[in-house]
Design a protein around this ligand. Structure first.
Ligand code: 5AD
Ligand code: SF4
Length: 359
């Protein structure tokens, strides 16, 4: 096959050295030879086995507020989207839900929202403190806040923090984020790491103006920063945003996302990588396929359906009406794939799995 010799050499190098340069990554991302792609996925699956084993960590996700102070061009929760009906869960509601999730046997609770300053740091800290008594790890995904707030939540027992960079391409970042600063966001990551959180980053694949060079840069930055968690998902246009008109090729975007995921697995070795909801939205079965391309985390959504139906970051997300059944389905799917639904906290392996949190 034309040009594929080079790509097979790169796959061999990737297997041997578990590393590639940015330029080499660009070549693999641009290769549309199905055999090369399948071999890359196979390699990622092998490295996943080697570094993080057969366990799939389940994280119970709660989307507790869809208010957001920011205006990211791609996101349905953006401040200027007047079409979205907004909601906020009360702290009591949130606690009760966390309790239900813990009773289902899940060992991580992910509290996610838009950047909503209506929740003050102290109230959130006491909520975290209460939830920690349920013997679960707590992950926060609530955006950019002040260092003292991050510190307060860490002291209250929060274990992890997810704050995706979305892209490590400065120019692209600036185009997409009219009211956010690239360095400011990275500074938050640095602070979170210093405070001893397990820190998550991630990106979107197939953004307007995004090049293979910028995707390769994302992968190298994930490796350099040694993030504990990395969420990789396709960009899904939302018609209620300024980027809703984008004409796209879902199949191409799907494969490209899986390739970014596979390369990230090999280069970061032990990072926890979720099979993102957006992959399943783009192509049916996309999340399951991700588990065979390097992913080892699954995040069932426990947000009550009447709120979930308003947490419209992008269209077609699908709503889970009966989450007890859904959890059973997820566990069956994991078993069908020959994997094991984890019963532990799901910390990053190198930081000592099997303990609640890192302290
Ligand atoms: N398509 C896919 N993912 C999106 N996100 C936001 N908008 C979109 C979109 N249109 C993701 C981002 C962000 C999280 C809130 O959702 O990665 O971190
Ligand atoms: Fe808000 Fe996050 Fe959406 Fe940006 S991506 S608008 S910060 S919820």
């Amino acid at each position: 096959m034309r040009n594929s010799g080079k790509e097979w050499d790169l796959l061999n190098k990737l297997d041997r050295e578990e590393n590639l340069t940015q330029e080499e990554i660009v070549i693999l991302l641009g290769c549309r030879d199905r055999k090369v792609e399948e071999q890359l996925f196979y390699l990622a699956d092998e490295k996943r086995k080697k570094y993080v084993g057969e366990e799939v960590h389940l994280r119970g996700l709660v989307e507790f507020s869809n208010f957001c102070r920011r205006n990211c061009l791609y996101c349905g929760l953006r401040r200027d989207n007047r079409k979205l009906k907004r909601y906020r869960m009360s702290l009591e509601e949130l606690y009760n839900l966390a309790e239900k999730i813990a009773l289902q046997g899940l060992k991580t609770i992910v509290l996610q929202s838009g950047e909503d300053l209506a929740y003050d740091a102290k109230s959130l800290a006491s909520l975290i403190h209460r939830i920690k008594k349920l013997d679960v790890a707590v992950a926060l995904s609530i955006g950019e806040r002040e260092p003292w707030e991050y510190a307060l939540w860490r002291d209250a027992g929060a274990d992890r923090y997810l704050l995706k960079q979305e892209t490590f391409d400065r120019e692209l970042f600036a185009k997409l984020h009219p009211d956010d600063d690239f360095d400011q966001r990275l500074e938050c990551q640095r602070t979170l790491k210093e405070l001893g959180y397990e820190v998550g980053s991630g990106n979107m694949v197939g953004l307007p103006y995004q090049t293979l060079q910028s995707l390769a840069l994302d992968i190298k930055k994930f490796q350099e920063w040694d993030f504990d968690m990395i969420g990789i998902g396709p960009f899904v246009p939302n018609p209620d945003t300024p980027l809703g008109e984008e004409v796209s090729n879902p199949e191409g975007k799907y494969l490209l996302t899986l390739k970014v995921l596979a390369l990230t697995r090999v280069l970061t070795k032990t990072s926890n990588l979720p099979a993102t909801t957006a992959l399943g939205t783009l192509i049916p079965g996309g999340r399951e396929k991700a588990l065979s391309c390097g992913a080892n985390v699954f995040m069932p959504n426990f947000t009550p359906s009447f709120y979930q139906s308003r947490y419209i970051i992008y269209p077609g997300k699908g709503i889970e009406e009966s989450w007890e059944n859904y959890l059973l389905e997820v566990k069956k799917m994991i078993e069908r794939k020959g994997r094991v639904a984890s019963t532990g906290y799901g910390n990053r392996v190198s930081s000592g799995s099997g303990e609640a949190g890192r302290r």
